[in-house]
Design a protein around this ligand. Structure first.
Ligand code: ZN
Length: 676
């Protein structure tokens, strides 16, 4: 999983559940899922589980939250003879479903039942109440528990081969884990039969339903790469999924173990909870990453694409036994995504990103937030970025060849199983012949982040980043004022290849006119953007140069430049508004919502259209739009003190939204409003 905004992710394993793996092993689950009233979130299903009993026991249980069960029947599969199912005693509470029987060690059983539920989380019904909304259904198992919508095993240590058959209105596409083996069509509904051939933890079970088209490419090894998109987004397919096949081929080669599943599907959904989620063979990601070529410059799917794909091995094929070993998933996914980005964007980018990670980790360290990588309560920065650093350092220590060999051995040995950190370390020790106990002590168990050592690695590995580090140190320790040192820094940095990645807003803010003018007359889109975003007072002599920012192929630049110009040169507000009329911007309509706001508050700009513009801006607060658009509209309307009536109602409704970041935003805005 990858968060858009990083926050602490706790992996919770409920204690009662983890013990069941000692006496029962669930093998397969076949589920036929139908939906009742979509406005009421109704899910119903008929499920068949098969399991082996490892110890004599008088009951077994399956997790299911607030579910109703019926037609429960058990069948002992004796020596290939399928005996009749018989009804059994069972009971269920709000968490689980318990079946009583004299279960005998060494026997296999088949359990069948019907269930129904209206889940509160883990499955989301989007816009079924909204007349012309997106109308989707999608799931999120990690951190939420699949057992909210499908009776399953919360404990990730029991891996099951799931086959889902889902009936749904024939106008929609249904995506789930595995291979689509059959689609039964009828006048109203289709039944989609998905088949998995290998087992996985229940949290990776998923489905996504909506109106989609798909583009299919094939990896070098013949794996179908299915890229889903909304029918209206056909022009965004290329920029959104840019480098997908290259990343896939690279990772398969780099990891050295063939991609473990039948195909790889990626599906964007509205109002997703995170950036992406690595459901086995079916990654679901936020449609905010569906971009055109201009948006690609500032905000693209490449890193998330590589990260979720890496999880198909690290997380899905081998899965942590508990949160203590969470870095085996997130550290690996972050590291391999970075390697994939190195393949696409080059060495400088790779080392520059690692340098960025050290800065974040150091900041966390200074704030007292550093923890051991094996602390299940570590922050995302630790799991993801310290985890990636540990792998980078380990590779430097044992060498490329041994590192790759060790990772390969580890994956093959534990494939379709669960893993602990020790399992990985042992495999690396065997392959390398090194004693890694000091390494483990220093890099995995130690709370402290080894900043100095990381910087040494970078200085040795990359001439470019070495110079950059030295420049940054000069800047920090310079006795000159920041204004003098920033200009000196700028002069020196110009010759660096990696300059386009790092010339920070902090430095740009302090540049003198000549340097700003030099940047503005350059074609470096990122540096020009930094000027747009950090120079708030535009000197008159730079006005003309600054105006050229409105022509840049970057929605972030245009947004910042429009506001900057509008604010600095009131007499020319109409000119700037006319020039940017009709520009929408990112998926969150960053430019359009700003433009409408400025149009409304500019004294003499199209007064005859004020009402139309206001209605349009207010309409963006409705749940028909993605939470990112709504967030912009709410902010701007509040800024101009016009969030009343419809906007206010929508804001109240937003405070109950399933996306906690958005509901938190709405609640805070309501609080601010109530104080005004
Ligand atoms: Zn992840």
């Amino acid at each position: 999983m990858k968060n858009i905004v990083f926050f602490v992710f706790f992996c919770v394993v409920s204690t009662g559940v983890s013990q069941q793996t000692e006496y029962v092993d669930f093998k397969t689950a076949k589920a036929n899922i139908v939906f009742g009233d979509l406005k009421e979130n109704e899910v119903k299903g008929f499920v068949t589980y098969s399991f082996n009993v490892l110890k004599d026991v008088d009951s077994i249980f399956i997790d299911g939250k607030h579910m109703k069960f019926s037609n429960v029947a058990l069948n002992e599969l004796m020596q290939y003879v399928d005996t009749n199912h018989f009804n059994v005693n069972y009971k269920n509470d709000s968490n689980a479903f318990i079946v009583y029987n004299t279960f005998k060690k060494g026997e296999c059983y088949e359990l069948k039942f019907n269930y129904s539920v209206s889940p509160k989380k883990a499955i989301y019904f989007i816009d079924w109440n909204v007349e012309d909304g997106s109308k989707q259904v999608w799931t999120q198992g990690q951190g939420k528990y699949t057992s909210n919508w499908m009776p399953s095993i919360d404990d990730m240590n029991d891996k099951i081969e799931f086959d889902l058959a889902i009936a749904f209105n024939k106008d929609y596409e249904v995506v789930a884990n595995g291979n689509l083996v059959k689609k039964e069509e009828s006048k109203k509904a289709n039944i989609w039969y998905y088949d998995m051939q290998k087992p996985m933890s229940s949290y990776l079970l998923a489905m996504a339903i909506g109106k989609y088209n798909k583009k299919v490419e094939y990896s070098n090894t013949g794996i179908p790469l299915e890229m889903y998109y909304y029918p209206e987004d056909s022009l965004k397919v290329e920029p959104t999924y840019r480098y997908t096949k290259r990343i896939f081929d690279f990772l398969e080669e780099e990891i050295g173990v063939p991609y473990p599943w039948q195909n790889y599907k990626q599906v964007p959904v509205k109002d997703f909870l995170y950036a992406g989620m690595e459901n086995t063979s079916a990654t679901i990601f936020s449609d905010t990453f569906v971009v055109d070529s201009i948006a690609f410059v500032d905000k693209n799917y490449v890193n998330v694409n590589a990260h979720e794909l890496a999880h198909q091995w690290f997380g899905d094929l081998v899965t942590e036994t508990s949160g203590t070993h969470h870095w085996l998933q997130e550290g690996f996914a972050t590291y391999y995504a970075l390697l994939a980005e190195r393949e696409v964007f080059g060495e400088d980018y790779y080392y520059w990103r690692l340098y960025e990670y050290t800065k974040e980790l150091l900041e966390q360290d200074k704030a007292g937030g550093s923890t051991s990588l094996l602390d299940p309560k570590s922050s995302s920065i630790t799991f993801y970025k310290k985890g990636a650093w540990v792998l980078h350092v380990l590779r430097e220590k044992v060498g490329d060849k041994v590192f790759k060999e060790g990772v390969k051995n580890y994956l093959l040995k534990y494939q379709f199983k669960n893993v602990k950190t020790d399992d990985f370390i042992k495999e690396m020790q065997i392959t390398s012949g090194f004693d890694l106990s000091d390494f483990v002590e220093k890099w995995l168990k130690n709370d402290k982040f080894q900043n100095e050592e990381c910087l040494m690695f970078l200085k040795n590995d990359s001439e470019e980043v070495n110079e950059l580090i030295q420049l940054n140190e000069e800047l920090i320790f310079s006795s000159d004022s920041l204004k003098i040192s920033a200009n000196h820094y700028f002069e020196k940095a110009k010759s660096l290849r990696v300059k386009s990645y790092f010339l920070s807003k902090e430095v740009i803010k302090y540049l003198n006119h000549n340097s700003i003018s030099e940047v503005l007359s350059s074609k470096d889109i990122k540096h020009r953007q930094a000027i747009a975003q950090s120079v708030s007072k535009i000197p008159l002599e730079l006005k003309e140069d600054y105006e050229t920012l409105l022509d840049d192929k970057s929605y972030a630049t245009i947004e910042a430049a429009l506001f900057g110009l509008w604010n600095n040169f009131p007499k020319e507000q109409n000119t700037y508004l006319k020039k940017t009329k009709g520009v929408i911007g990112f998926n969150d309509k960053n430019i359009r919502t700003l433009w409408l706001t400025l149009a409304l508050i500019s004294d003499d700009f199209e007064p005859e259209n004020s009402e139309i513009y206001f209605k349009e801006l207010e309409s963006y607060t409705s749940s028909k739009f993605s939470f990112e658009i709504r967030q912009n509209a709410f902010s701007y309307l509040t800024w101009i003190s016009s969030c009343e009536n419809e906007c206010k109602e929508n804001l109240e409704q937003a405070s109950k939204h399933h996306n906690w970041r958005f509901s938190k935003f709405a609640k805070e805005l309501l609080k601010v409003k109530s104080k005004i």
